[in-house]
Every structure is written in C-alpha cells, then in structure tokens.
Design a protein. Sequence first.
Length: 367
Amino acid sequence: MGARVRGGGAAAHRYGVVMAGGVGSRFWPHSRRRRPKQFLTVQGRYTLLEDTVRRLAGLIPIERTYVVASAEFRRLIRRHLPRLPVENLIVEPAARGTGPCLGLAARVIERRDPDAIMAVFPADHVIAPRAKFERCLRVAFATAETERSLVTFGIKPTGPDTGFGYIEVGVAQRRTRPRVFWVSRFVEKPDETTARRYLRTGRYLWNSGMFVWRVDVLREALEDHAPDIAQALNSLDGAVGPAVAAAARRKFERLRSVPIDVAVMEKSDRVAVVEGDFDWNDVGSWAAMSTIWPVDEQGNAGRGEVLQIDCRDTIASSEGKLIAMVGVEDLVVVESSDAILVCPKSRAQDVRRIVDTLTKRRNRKYL
C-alpha cells in the first residue's frame, strides 16, 4: 500500500474506482467467462475497460485509479492496463454485489488517504463527449466535497425505457451547469406506462450506476444503513489485493449480495444527483449497438462481414464468417468462432437466459 496522503489541494484527494467484475451475460456469444464484455472492443481501438480508464485520465491519474474485480480477471486486467500499479488492483474475495464491493474499495483507499473522494464507474459504459463528462465529474466531486453527500449521476431519459431504474429529483442545490438536485427517491425498473408518466413530469432521470463520495461518508452510511457489511469489512484487516486470505474470503462469502443503491443510497437522506448532459450507453444488450454503431437509412447496424438486403432495424456482428440477411426486421444475429445467436431485437435482454440454460446444463464449452 502506498504512503498515507494528507494535505494538498482537493484534486490531490480525488480517486477513481472502476468495477470490472461483471460477466456480461446479455452480450453472449462474444462475452464469455474467459473474456467478459468489459474486455471487448465495441467501437474504436480500445476495450470498454480501457476506454473507461482513459476517460478518467484528464482528472484522475493512473496512480490514483483502482480497479475492482475477481481474481480470475487479474491477468486480463494486467494485459489491458499495463500502467495500472499492481497495488491498485483490488481483488473481490467473492461476488456479493456493488454494496460490499464498493465498501471494500473505499476501505482500501481510506487506508491510503483518509481525506479521499472516490468516483465509481462500471467498466462497460460508453460515454461521450469526454469534455462534457469531465465537467459533470468536476461538479460531482465539488458536491461530494462541500456537502458531505453521496452523489450519483442521473441521465436525462430519451424515451420510456423499462430497462433502467429511475431517480426522482427534488430541490435543486444551486445554480450550476450541469444541474445538481437533492434526490427525492429511487424507483425500480418501471413498466412502460409508468415510464411514460415519469417522462411527462420531467422530474425523473435514469439511474446510471455511477457515483462520487468521500470515503468516510460512505463508511458512515454503511455503518448506519448496512451494519452487517460495515462490520464484515472492519474484520478483514487489510486482507485484500492479489493474495486474498482464505479467512477473509469466507467472511465475504457470508455477506448478503446487495447493490449499493439498496444498501445505502435508497436509505440515506443526503443523496445528490448530477444531471449528466453527456451521451451515455450502458451497453446492456446487443440492442444497444444500434445507438453505438453507424446505422443505414433502414436502421440496420452491422460490424464485420455483414450484408443486409431489404432489412429493417437489424443488428449483425461477425467475427469472421459472412452474415447475409434478406428481408428481415427486428433481428439480432451474432457470429462467433463456436456459436451463433439469433433473436428478435426486442428480446435482446433475454440473451442472458441462454447463458443461464447453458450453466444449468453444465455446457461449459459455450460459457
């Protein structure tokens, strides 16, 4: 662990945490256990993980950037992020949701810098332009520093999407651009009718799953609202990093699996939301590619060896073989070296059921 940090300007206490432990089951067959979604390149030259870290570089140096993942991804992370300090890879003893995960990360950073403010980002989001993102991140840091609040990023909805949780905004904090509000409440994924009603009110934002907070504020929130997690983290005694002690792993495994939203965000009365004015895509399924890849006049998106004739609203991705489509619509076709996915675009979220079924059948060849 690096030397403890004290003093210096506020920027010297700003840290980034990238969560890179997901399996991306809805991105099968390209996303596999040996190469999950965050290690794929969906656009440009860099993987989603590399893009996430590069996006932070303007405000947070690599020396203050941490990555949290399971031990099985250690080599992949080192390969994709060779400049990441070895001690900045935090190994989760077990997958227990973002509540324990981020509590663990905050504890590691707090030992290094008791005055740290940490910004948290999933490794598989696509965000642009960088200038607008950096402006929002600066405002979020300033809010977390001055208000001692838990800060999240909300995205202005572009439609009645039922795949996201929503945030109802309350009173505006101050006249800023981007705007900052106190959070009135968090809402689970709604049905379409409810989502349309939310949009009409103009008071709801999509919950992006990105956060900023002081590490001591998060620790206090866990102690108040999730004491079981706080107590378990207190007992780990620094048993994290490349080598995870067996005793620490057992304690972590006994924790309930819970998202940070449920553990503390929904319960705290000091949660602020920065209204993100950047383009944001959580790349939640293959359907997202129609907003990331170029599309033709009929709404078709494709990558690799793809031919789409008289098609409408289709997505095709080839890793080698030609995909030829004629006269179809609302269809996703994905080819990999050993598997082919075909499904309606409207059911792209259900691709995870394929992974679930293969898991139940113990067909590891395709996982």
